[in-house]
Design a protein around this ligand. Structure first.
Ligand SMILES: *[C@@H]1O[C@H](CO)[C@@H](O)[C@H](O)[C@H]1NC(C)=O
Ligand SMILES: *[C@@H]1O[C@H](CO)[C@@H](O)[C@H](O)[C@H]1NC(C)=O
Ligand SMILES: *[C@@H]1O[C@H](CO)[C@@H](O)[C@H](O)[C@H]1NC(C)=O
Ligand SMILES: *[C@@H]1O[C@H](CO)[C@@H](O)[C@H](O)[C@H]1NC(C)=O
Ligand SMILES: *[C@@H]1O[C@H](CO)[C@@H](O)[C@H](O)[C@H]1NC(C)=O
Ligand SMILES: *[C@@H]1O[C@H](CO)[C@@H](O)[C@H](O)[C@H]1NC(C)=O
Ligand SMILES: *[C@@H]1O[C@H](CO)[C@@H](O)[C@H](O)[C@H]1NC(C)=O
Ligand SMILES: *[C@@H]1O[C@H](CO)[C@@H](O)[C@H](O)[C@H]1NC(C)=O
Length: 465
């Protein structure tokens, strides 16, 4: 069987002969595999029916609560699901609302100048059960506030616009979080659960209470040309969180958040292990990311269902605490493997590349301390960093060291005299990396075992051909 890594090889090594051979016989790998996800452009046929939120009595004065108009409009548009679907049009104005649900075959379209504003009254947000792969609310045990725009078991949903805005008005939630006065875990702005064929595009998303976009247990998710931001000091705000989801594309987005910009997750300790749904086949390209207190590209720390086949390319990371970070801890189980990060420019980042096996808390005391996570086959290549303080910080787990870390063609300008690399319980190889990595990452170049994209050629290509 052809490995998904072969696609990466094709993309990056430009082995023309191989490409020709594979292109004919295995077009399917591009669909099925590593990073082809963004090449599957969603077809956005216009919906045959469209109604304006005005027809449901909505008032766009920024003061009138429009939860009922949104709920009624969606209820009405349900009847068009088997007639090609419908569009809910939101004209210019300030549309205050509490949380509402979407339906299948629906396009929510926010016109230029239209802003959906999240109510700052928690009673306008329903409380729902915790996600099964987390077992409890992330921040407060028990239930959690439902997201502002919520989808559950839907197909073919588009949230888009002509650069309309969704403003979560997160400041009150950040304050309650900081003061520990939340009654339930904070809501996200857009959450889709157990849904497929989801598009979020051409929007501006501001001030999420917690996460801005959270696809969980979803397939075929395309997030394109979305600008997401929250203030630097907003506590633990995250831009895009693909969570136990597969076949996800994130492209042409600008994300600047208090904590992480993009964070890939898959459940928490024993709950995530039991649920057993990985995040896989994720392609991220042409994104510009800032993360004030966390990481621009974070993997974990909740990763108990596994994270694999992730391809990040041609992106810019700036003004952040950490660039790329893998986080996990004992008790998580799961894995993070077969991840390729390529052609990244980093500016003003404190730690460029980090991996830690000692990060994150547990949902309760029922986790299995012997459930050791695995980090294996991670390739970073083509990274240029300016004004970096720490080049790499790797702290693996003694009984489960991080292995097959491959660093190639990486040049980081370090602004300090501190030791550029910190390494423990990690093994890997490096090639054209400056400053020179720690000895653990300078194994005799047995690249065939260390570099994920090379492994695919030597190991599995032969049988495919
Ligand atoms: C919205 O969907 C959730 C499931 O995610 C459900 O529990 C809730 O009852 C729905 N709310 C409305 C108003 O339909
Ligand atoms: C991105 O969104 C902006 C504003 O809505 C629009 O002008 C532009 O054409 C979009 N670009 C792409 C590539 O869709
Ligand atoms: C989109 O809207 C945001 C906020 O209203 C604005 O700052 C930004 O410049 C707009 N982008 C484009 C491409 O029009
Ligand atoms: C928490 O619940 C109590 C009791 O219902 C209520 O008085 C308080 O306003 C709530 N706090 C928040 C931040 O929602
Ligand atoms: C985004 O907007 C641009 C410009 O209007 C349009 O061409 C494109 O199809 C839109 N893309 C998506 C995915 O909505
Ligand atoms: C260098 O990066 C740090 C963040 O690590 C930032 O605080 C500082 O302002 C940057 N220096 C310059 C000259 O941009
Ligand atoms: C090294 O990385 C830089 C930056 O991504 C890229 O421009 C260059 O082509 C790479 N060189 C090789 C030999 O791959
Ligand atoms: C290189 O890695 C391969 C595959 O893991 C292994 O079989 C081989 O013995 C290694 N060679 C050296 C010199 O370490």
């Amino acid at each position: 069987m052809l490995s998904k890594g072969v696609y990466v090889l094709i993309m990056h090594m430009a082995m023309v002969a191989l490409l020709l051979l594979l292109a004919w016989s295995n077009a399917v790998i591009i669909v099925d595999g590593y990073g082809g996800q963004c090449s599957l452009n969603p077809t956005l046929d216009p919906r045959p029916h469209s109604v304006s939120i005005l027809e449901f009595g909505a008032v766009g004065d920024g003061k009138t609560l429009n939860t009922i108009p949104f709920q009624n409009a969606v209820f009405y548009l349900k009847s068009f699901a088997d007639k090609g679907g419908a569009q809910l049009y939101v004209p210019p104005g300030k549309w205050l609302t509490g949380s509402f649900n979407l339906t299948s075959h629906l396009t929510l379209f926010l016109e230029k100048g239209a802003t959906i504003i999240g109510s700052q009254d928690p009673t306008h947000w329903d409380v729902v059960k915790p996600l099964p792969s987390y077992g409890r609310g992330l921040e407060v045990p028990g239930g959690r506030y439902q997201s502002l725009i919520n989808g559950y078991q839907l197909h073919d949903v588009v949230i888009t616009g002509n650069n309309g805005t969704i403003n979560g008005m997160g400041s009150v939630w950040w304050e309650w979080f900081t003061l520990h006065t939340l009654n339930h875990s904070r809501p996200h702005l857009i959450e889709l659960v157990e849904s497929d064929y989801v598009v979020v595009s051409n929007l501006t998303i501001l001030n999420a209470p917690a996460y801005a976009i959270h696809p969980v247990y979803c397939s075929y998710v395309h997030i394109q040309n979305v600008s997401i931001s929250a203030p630097e000091e907003s506590p633990f705000t995250v831009g895009i969180v693909p969570d136990s989801s597969n076949n996800v594309c994130i492209e042409d987005c600008i994300v600047a958040m208090g904590h992480d910009a993009i964070s890939l997750k898959s459940g928490w300790d024993e709950y995530g292990v039991a649920y057993g749904r990985p995040t896989e086949n994720v392609h991220i390209r042409r994104v510009t990311l800032s993360a004030f207190s966390g990481s621009t590209l974070a993997f974990g720390s909740e990763m108990s269902g596994g994270l694999s086949n992730v391809f990040v390319e041609h992106s810019h990371v700036l003004d952040s605490d950490k660039g790329v970070q893998f986080r996990t801890t004992r008790g998580r189980g799961g894995y993070m493997k077969e991840i390729v990060i390529s052609d990244i420019q980093m500016d003003n980042v404190y730690v460029a590349i980090a991996a830690t096996g000692h990060c994150g808390s547990h949902p309760d005391d029922k986790f299995d301390p012997n459930a050791l996570p695995h980090l294996d086959f991670i390739t970073l290549k083509g990274v240029i960093g300016r004004n970096i303080t720490v080049a790499g910080s790797f702290a693996g787990i003694e009984e489960s060291p991080f292995t097959n870390i491959c660093l190639s063609n990486i040049t980081l300008s370090i602004n300090s005299i501190s030791s550029a690399w910190e390494c423990s319980n990690v093994l890997g190889s490096s090639d054209f990396v400056n400053p020179e990595p720690c000895p653990e990452l300078r194994n005799p170049t047995n690249s065939s075992s260390s570099c994920f994209y090379l492994l695919s050629t030597s190991g599995r290509k032969a049988s495919a051909l």
